[in-house]
Design a protein around this ligand. Structure first.
Ligand SMILES: [Zn+2]
Length: 299
């Protein structure tokens, strides 16, 4: 119980920082200096007025000094970040890998809101995810799940060196690098084809970089499936919005939020390529066995 509360509170605090990042990154301001201040009267916010959710309730959603309204979005994002951290705790337990995945969820949240607001994805967040994803890949057991062709998992003898590609740690590192290439490369390809057909930029460079980062965390097959899922979600929501005349046919809709949501969902699903591999092996009940062992090994 202590662990759950600790992780949730940490999520709320990081959620508060997410609000700072969301506001300042869109305006190209520093995220560390100066301290938080009211956007209306510029008075600095005291620490006791900056407690996630609680301060919002105590201040009744108004600035202490000028009484201007504070957007409900701030406590809401803090709360969502708390929930995201909790979900990561239930997926990974209280382990080393929990911290990088909490940061992963944090980045996806920040990207979703910034892209929704201003149709940009800050490069800093993508680069951060790429570096972090590669760095923690040896510990990242989500990547153990990825299907790799047999050529990449057998033992090679080069001179006196014994290169054991089937080694679990090495497999995770290879999966991470392949994920990075698949995530960034596939969107780059889609962008190139889109540009040839429509004659204008179809895919933002931000989407490409962020999916390279996501790929480093979740592997090539999950990242490709995330992109597929995001396109599906995006076209359903976009189609509905055009249907109900909320947007025009030529309006651009941000793709980042859909990419972020589907990447997050893919964390909880088994690796698509492994499932396909099992189905095509036609081995009896292997799929069911796979799901079961996966559920047991989820910690
Ligand atoms: Zn104020």
């Amino acid at each position: 119980m202590f662990e759950i509360i600790l992780v949730f509170i940490l999520g709320l605090v990081l959620g508060s920082f997410a609000n700072v990042c969301i506001y300042r990154m869109q305006r190209n301001l520093s995220i560390v200096k100066p301290n938080s201040h009211c956007t209306n009267c510029n008075n600095f916010i005291k620490w006791y007025d900056n407690i996630p959710i609680l301060s919002y309730i105590l201040l009744k959603g108004k600035c202490r000094y000028c009484k201007s309204k504070i957007s409900l979005r701030y406590p809401l994002i803090e709360f969502i970040c708390g929930l995201l951290f909790l979900s990561m705790y239930f997926l990974f337990g209280f382990s080393y890998i929990l911290i990088p995945f909490c940061l992963f969820a944090f980045c996806l949240l920040v990207i979703t809101v910034i892209d929704f607001d201003s149709q940009i994805i800050p490069d800093e967040i993508s680069y951060f995810l790429i570096v972090l994803g590669l760095l923690v890949s040896p510990l990242n057991h989500i990547l153990s799940d990825t299907f790799l062709p047999p050529a990449l998992t057998t033992q090679y003898n080069i001179g006196s060196f014994n290169i054991m590609l089937g080694d679990p740690v090495l497999k995770r590192i290879i999966s991470s690098v392949l994920g990075l290439i698949a995530g960034g490369g596939s969107l780059w390809l889609i962008g190139c084809i889109g540009e040839k057909i429509f004659g204008e930029e179809a895919m933002g460079g931000g989407d490409l970089k962020i999916m390279a980062g996501v790929g480093a965390f979740i592997g090539w097959d999950k990242v490709l499936f995330s992109i597929f899922l995001a396109s599906l979600l995006g076209s359903i929501v976009g189609g509905c919005m055009i249907l109900f005349k909320k947007i025009g046919r030529r309006d651009k809709i941000p793709f980042g939020p859909y990419l972020a949501i589907s990447s997050f969902v893919m964390l909880f699903l088994p690796s698509p390529a492994t499932i396909i591999n099992y189905i095509f092996l036609f081995e009896e009940n292997l799929l069911i066995k796979y799901v079961f062992t996966n559920l047991q090994n989820i910690r």
